[in-house]
Design a protein around this ligand. Structure first.
Ligand code: HEM
Ligand SMILES: [Ca+2]
Ligand SMILES: [Ca+2]
Length: 360
């Protein structure tokens, strides 16, 4: 196991080879040896209701494409071996899809060459979605269309692929409900108000998640996806030099992590392609280390660290940091709930042939 910092090669472009050649980030080696104190016993008595599905089912394709799960996994497992960053890229893609107009593959629509319609991918918050996620879905869709033409939605493929990658990276395997249709539109202006940002306040996060019928527990559990993957310097650089206009670093960042991140992310004029791992200890492993990091002031984004600083979410961070099985259970439930946001059925949606293009 090693900890790395990867340097991207082409900003914004979907042909970027970002992350494919991780560069060693020796300063983070230090953190191997940091052991974590996991907080005092506290049991959360909050109850979470399992999602009610009026619309989705586990056996939706049992007649029309019974081998769907195997088809998807044949691609995801190969991709994970060849290009492991496909895992965080696809999991994040699923999140950005579901939060904007529901899980309907609206995020997959490619910007048009003429640029007449501005789609979700044209918006700044989506421009740093790693290309490996889109590529994976295209590969799965091509295989699925060759075996079961015209029946499986891109939205369902994205949900299944995200689950596969969670599992391939060492996380839980949970059943995925199916039956989503793809959107007939993808509108840029829907993005901004529906996605959290690296500087969102805890009030904003809680409000946004609540607007998707996701509870506080879901916010904490789903943020655990940051146990793998990377963020660009611009997402956290203000924490290093000028936190909230104080001209000082964020006092809630471990000084050694601060020092290491400063080496790679200068205050101005740095390489905009540089990224740092969310979880400096196990950046490739889908485990509960993310929560231990938060307790040790080693969260990367202000929003990550805020989960531990805010008394409303701290007990949950402590609980999941103590118990990997609980994290896996909470994460699976969160993904199921997130995966059922505003599902489209019938004429409200389409089954695309090419995930990046509407049918007509
Ligand atoms: C709670 C609020 C959240 C905020 C503010 C947030 C913000 C971010 C930001 C700023 C990045 C880095 C983008 C970049 O610089 O390239 C990122 C990456 C990522 N996010 Fe989140 N996120 C949140 C929740 C989630 C959720 C709910 C999931 C999935 C369930 C998720 C999955 C990921 C993954 C896997 C990555 C790494 C992507 C990669 O390495 O390609 N995030 N997030
Ligand atoms: Ca969507
Ligand atoms: Ca990890």
């Amino acid at each position: 196991m090693f900890v790395s910092c990867a340097v991207a090669s082409s900003p914004g472009g979907h042909v970027s080879t970002r992350f494919r050649v991780p560069h060693l980030f020796p300063f983070f080696f230090f953190f191997f040896f940091v052991s974590f104190f996991v907080g005092v016993a506290h049991s959360s008595n909050a109850t979470r209701k399992a999602p009610v599905h009026h619309q989705l089912s586990l056996d939706f394709y049992s007649k029309t494409c019974p081998q769907l799960d195997q088809l998807v996994s044949s691609v995801t497992s190969r991709r994970f071996q060849q290009i492991p960053v496909s895992a965080p890229a696809t999991i994040r893609l699923f999140f950005h899809d579901c939060f904007v107009e529901g899980c309907d593959a609206s995020v997959l629509i490619a910007p048009s060459s003429g640029g007449k319609v501005v789609v979700e991918r044209d918006v700044e918050d989506n421009k740093n979605l790693a290309p490996e996620g889109f590529e994976t879905i295209d590969m799965v869709k091509a295989l699925v269309e060759s075996k079961c033409p015209g029946v499986v939605s891109c939205a369902d493929i994205l949900a299944i692929a995200a689950r596969d990658f969670v599992h391939l990276a060492g996380g839980p395997y949970y059943p995925v409900m199916k039956g989503r249709k793809d959107s007939k539109v993808s509108l840029a202006f829907k993005v901004r108000p529906n996605l959290p940002r690296a500087n969102s306040t805890m009030d904003e996060l809680l409000r946004l998640f609540a607007s998707k019928r996701l509870a506080r527990e879901d916010l904490v559990a789903l943020s655990g996806a940051h146990t793998i993957g990377y963020a660009h310097c611009d997402q956290f650089v203000s924490r290093l030099y000028n936190f909230k206009g104080t001209k000082q670093p964020d006092p809630f960042m471990d000084p050694r992590l601060l020092k290491a991140l400063k080496m790679y992310c200068p205050p101005f004029g740095g390489n905009t392609d540089v990224v740092a791992p969310f979880d400096v200890q196990t950046p490739f492993s889908f485990d509960h280390m993310y929560y231990g990091n938060l307790e040790a002031k080693m969260g990367l984004l202000a929003t990550d660290q805020a989960l531990f600083l805010d008394p409303r979410t701290r007990p949950l961070v402590q609980e999941l940091g103590r118990d990997k099985a609980k994290f896996f259970q909470a994460f699976s439930m969160g993904m199921e709930k997130m995966g059922s946001i505003r599902v489209k059925k019938g004429k409200k949606g389409e089954i695309r042939k090419d995930c990046s293009k509407h049918l007509s």
